[in-house]
Design a protein around this ligand. Sequence first.
Ligand code: SF4
Length: 210
Amino acid sequence: MNPQKRREIFQRLHDANPNPTTELVFHSPFELLIAVLLSAQATDKGVNKATAKLFAVANTPQAILDLGLDQLMEYTRTIGLYQTKSKHIMQTCRLLLEKHGGEVPNTREALEELPGVGRKTANVVLNTAFGQPTMAVDTHIFRVANRMNLAPGKNVREVEDKLMRFVPKEFLLNAHHWLILHGRYTCKAQKPLCHECIVYDLCEYKGKTV
Ligand code: SF4
């Protein structure tokens, strides 16, 4: 795909939704970190339902440690893999207090040291809590980038690196939100809604439908 097409794709995604953000509900970097930790293989809606109740009683590392693991799991039990995720949350809260004064760090290295936090989670927090231009490649972005030939790659890291290189600078901060939303609601996994796609003429997917 040539650079002009890429620019036009992001221009249209921007024009349709100038201020995109995550669909996870959060009010602080810590709440975002916990929500993202819970969100692997779970829907944002399901996470929001659980965190609405959890954050009402505990939305700081100390408060969650004070709750204890068993109580925490009462709030997270509707979410897939909640036992492992809850253990990671407890360990993460402990580390945040021990090493970061109870604050969420704003560097990749420090974030990736936290239990349960991988590259994708770090990218989401860096981007959405701290305004850094990172690309958190999830299943939607991976599919969309390959399908459209926007930034094709065999694995998520390859797609991430290409997007970081290819996305015009002015769109970099919001690019991952636009691509996730585009994949979630239009360029769906099973049946892409090509007939209502705002980048139909720019998409290079051979299987796109009229
Ligand atoms: S035209 Fe179809 S395949 Fe291409 S980006 Fe749009 S929805 Fe996806």
